[in-house]
Design a protein around this ligand. Structure first.
Ligand code: PGA
Length: 257
């Protein structure tokens, strides 16, 4: 269960408190729990989860390790700070928002492409980080019936030149379901995730069985069990409902209905 905090917890105080509470809530959980705070909060969150089973993840990074790259975050920094995971290719960094809260003319500033997603995936693996690669179609692409094609293409592009699939996590996040409250039908999410696994199997053979594929998009305590009971859904990437420990704890400890 991955908590993608986005920009929901923004102060030191709330980040430390919520991370500490999540660490306590994760005790005895039947799943691996990861918190991905905004980059400047990685260290305090790391301190707050110290000694617990919770892992640290970053929300993004650059593909170069060092050099004249103002404002970028190196994979080496993330590794050194104690990150195990890094989210790559989130739709909000690809400039594909579920809700239109960002002005059209500003979208080019969120400029991740399939090519940079691939560069970052390769860089993460080189640095010993586990990439959580996000893929998913927009509402327009789904209305045009292109979701299978788009998702397969994004997976194939992200994994180009990857030699060892070990440690790679893929998250299916339909853009229209992110932050909108309109979650994907679990049956449909399972169908797409099955398709993703067969795509990975096509490229990496039997090793594809070992990788984890998550669903993300308006996951909440009330719907998590319906996703988790689907055979091919291994976990969830949770945004809004992960920021407060009280809510995220209910997701971590979901019960079969
Ligand atoms: P959400 O976000 O749970 O707020 O829909 C999920 C994500 O974008 O990772």
């Amino acid at each position: 269960m991955v908590a993608n905090w986005k920009l929901y917890n923004v102060t030191l105080e709330e980040s430390k408190r919520e991370a500490g509470d999540i660490a306590r809530a994760a005790e005895g959980a039947d799943c691996e729990v990861v918190i991905c705070p905004p980059a400047p909060l990685l260290i305090p969150v790391k301190q707050a989860i110290e000694g617990s089973s919770v892992k640290l993840g970053a929300q993004g990074m650059f593909w170069e390790e060092k050099g004249g790259f103002t404002s970028q975050i190196s994979p080496l920094i993330l590794k050194d700070l104690g990150c195990d995971y890094v989210i790559i290719g989130h739709s909000e960094t690809r400039g594909r928002f579920g809700v239109g809260s960002v002005k059209e003319e500003l979208l080019p500033y969120f400029s991740e492409t399939d090519e940079t997603v691939n560069l970052k995936t390769l860089a993460a693996l080189r640095a010993g980080l586990k990439p959580i690669i996000c893929v998913g179609e927009t509402i327009g692409e789904r209305r045009a019936g292109k979701q299978d094609e788009i998702v397969s293409y994004q997976v194939e592009m992200a994994l180009a030149k990857v030699e060892d699939i070990n440690g790679v996590v893929i998250a299916y996040e339909p853009v229209w379901a992110i932050g909108t409250g309109e979650f994907c039908d679990p049956e449909e999410a399972n169908r797409i995730i099955t398709l993703i696994r067969s795509k990975v199997r096509e490229i990496f053979g039997a090793k594809a069985e070992g990788i984890r594929i998550l669903y993300g998009g308006s996951v909440e305590p009330s719907n998590i069990a319906n996703f988790m009971k689907k055979e091919n859904i291994d976990g969830a990437l949770v945004g809004r409902a992960s920021a407060k420990a009280e809510t995220f704890a209910k997701i971590i400890h979901y019960k079969e209905p």
